[in-house]
Design a protein around this ligand. Structure first.
Ligand SMILES: Cc1cc2nc3c(=O)[nH]c(=O)nc-3n(C[C@H](O)[C@H](O)[C@H](O)COP(=O)(O)O)c2cc1C
Length: 199
């Protein structure tokens, strides 16, 4: 099995976990993969669940981390500061695979990981971090915000930029198959031991 193709070893827990990581890794590189834009849930400041789409920027199965980028001024950063527990979700209809990741997020703003992430971002992506007023600010009209145009202005957005690293603790997979669905959960923080669950 290569990349995030069809799962062949459906009854092998180790293969199932490797396949899940491979699908997430593919999501980083392949813009058409549904795992390119997973949903990330945080616990809102009022205790309500809050979800949003993010772009998956990096996945490291060995370190069990997933990275996305975000504006330090956004609400999710305050939410993660208050409670770092997050969940990430994606469903790939072609691979017939749902992946749910639970873990803790760490926001990196000044560290090397953020510098590298900023250096690796395209100008178009960087420009978002110079939006004024700050993300989530109420405005009189929908278009009453500005984005930086000049390169120097775009670079100033670095102070609003952060790399969020999700440290995965638990991964759950649900693979749909005519012969019988397969649902598994893996305690990845504790060495990756997996168990089958009734679907
Ligand atoms: C396709 C798509 C990709 C997005 N990627 C990101 C992203 O990588 N990082 C991010 O902070 N917001 C991203 N957003 C915007 C978020 O979904 C969200 O609207 C915004 O970050 C505000 O969320 P917050 O109020 O919870 O901070 C994306 C939205 C869409 C539709």
């Amino acid at each position: 099995m290569s990349g995030c193709g069809r799962l062949t070893f459906v009854d092998d827990l180790g293969e199932t976990l490797r396949h899940a990581w491979a699908c997430l890794e593919r999501g980083v590189k392949d813009r058409r993969s549904p795992f390119h834009t997973p949903s990330v849930a945080t616990i809102g400041l009022d205790g309500r669940p809050r979800m949003r789409t993010v772009v998956l920027r990096d996945v490291d199965p060995a370190a069990r981390t997933l990275r996305f980028h975000t504006d330090l001024r956004g609400l999710k950063v305050a939410e993660i500061a208050r409670d770092p527990r997050v969940a990430l979700h994606g469903y790939d209809a072609r691979a017939k695979l749902q992946i749910r990741v639970e873990g803790r997020a760490v926001i990196h703003a000044d560290e090397a990981v953020a510098d590298e992430a900023w250096a690796g971002s395209r100008s178009m992506s960087r420009a978002c971090y110079g939006v004024f007023p700050a993300p989530g600010t109420e405005m009189e009209e929908g278009g009453a915000f500005t984005l930086p145009g000049e390169e120097a202005e775009i670079d100033a957005g670095r102070s609003n930029f952060s790399a969020a690293l999700i440290h995965a603790e638990r991964i759950e997979t649900l693979y749909l198959d005519h012969a019988g669905h397969r649902r598994a959960v893996f305690d990845v923080a504790a060495g990756g031991a997996g168990r089958w669950l009734a679907p």
